[in-house]
Design a protein around this ligand. Structure first.
Ligand code: NAP
Length: 331
């Protein structure tokens, strides 16, 4: 089969597409014929050797796939060959076949196409866990989402809306904000052109209930200054490359909380909670409350362009890699 291979940590453009042996299902695993794989920011960090997980080289990146199960290990009784599924595979997703533990594989409805499915689980799973389990977001509360047109950001906008919150989308361009408005934001702040702290004060003088922050850098403190009494800061990621430092008096003065979010680790520590969230996502998808935006589809041979688009701030919603031979890049 063909697979994207990282031989040594380094720039994304050193990735190569190679013929490698087909994977075999070890105990507890299934093999999936991959139709699409979601591209996530951590994929690029992993290739560059900048992620917390540093796999032995060579390896194939890609943590989430959609496709059809083509083999199951003898001890797997919960999944069967032929099922349409999404799966979290850790690594190995940017390939024609991938293995995943059977308990990390979820069947998808016939109404969900493979590109949508390939980009669904990680961003929506992260944002739902953050908003529901960590921030305890309630209907009627205000939610500020930074990086609101990116992968996890746009998912947070949609789910904040589905949970009945008033969503303020913040992003670096008007074009990105237009997408967030289309997906349920009520108000917008262009932090590329205006001052986030001042705009937040103008829009919500009493302060917001929850800040969803996958960006980091100077925006974090500006957003925390816009929290209201009992507000919650969700620390999701540092896409701008700078881990911010925060004066803790800002939390004390408002009895506010800063809450770390590590969705991947949580799914393994709380499989029942994760299953409940997946069921909620599928229900929202069926009801049209969430409408994943696929901002670009790249063939496997252009995986490095797909990853670069995410790392270079170009992505809108989800970028996916497809294994369908006839597909052409659309971005
Ligand atoms: N905690 C968890 O469990 C978890 C799970 C998944 C992802 N994450 C993290 O969440 C972050 C976002 O991931 P994603 O997949 O949603 O990425 P993404 O689609 O690229 O979105 C990131 C957003 O960050 C903003 N940004 C600001 N400065 C940037 C820069 N220098 N380079 C790139 N983006 C920049 C961009 O929005 P503007 O241009 O509008 O500023 C961009 O849309 C990453 O740090 C990732 O590691 C965390």
């Amino acid at each position: 089969m063909k697979a994207v291979v990282c031989k040594e940590f380094g720039p994304v453009d050193r990735l190569v597409l190679e013929d490698v042996p087909d994977p075999v299902a070890a105990a507890g695993e299934v093999v999936i014929d991959v139709r699409a794989a979601g591209v996530n920011f951590p994929d690029g960090l992993t290739v560059r050797g900048e992620y917390q997980m540093k796999p032995p080289r060579p390896f194939t990146p890609g943590n989430e796939v959609s496709g059809v199960i083509s083999a199951v290990a003898p001890d797997v009784t919960t999944r069967r060959v032929g099922e349409r599924v999404v799966a979290l595979c850790g690594l190995g997703g940017f390939a024609e076949k991938a293995t995943a533990m059977a308990d990390r594989v979820v069947p998808i409805p016939d109404s969900m196409d493979f590109n949508t499915a390939g980009g669904l689980m990680l961003v929506y799973g992260t944002s739902l866990h953050a908003l529901r389990n960590k921030a305890r977001l309630k209907a009627g509360q205000t939610l500020l989402v930074l990086g609101a047109a990116g992968g996890v950001g746009l998912a947070a906008v949609e789910m904040g809306r589905a949970m009945g919150a008033r969503v303020i989308a913040a992003a670096s361009t008007d074009e990105k904000l237009a997408l967030a408005l289309h997906h349920g934001a009520e108000m917008t702040i262009n932090y590329g052109a205006t001052d986030l702290k001042a705009e937040l004060k103008r829009l919500v003088p009493a302060g917001v209930d929850v800040v969803y922050d996958p960006v980091g850098g100077a925006l974090t403190e500006a957003a925390v200054r816009g929290l209201g009494w009992g507000g919650r800061l969700l620390v999701v990621g540092f896409a701008n490359g700078e881990i911010p430092k925060l004066p803790l008096n800002l939390l004390l003065l408002k009895e506010a909380e800063a809450i770390g979010v590590f969705w991947g680790a949580w799914t393994q520590r709380d499989p029942a909670g994760h299953s409940a969230n997946v069921a909620q996502l599928m229900q929202w998808f069926a009801g049209g409350e969430i409408r994943p935006h696929i901002g670009g589809v790249f063939p496997l041979s252009q995986a490095k362009d797909a990853i670069s688009a995410v790392m270079d701030r170009q992505a809108r919603g989800k970028i996916v890699i497809t294994t369908e031979e006839e597909s052409k890049a659309s971005f």
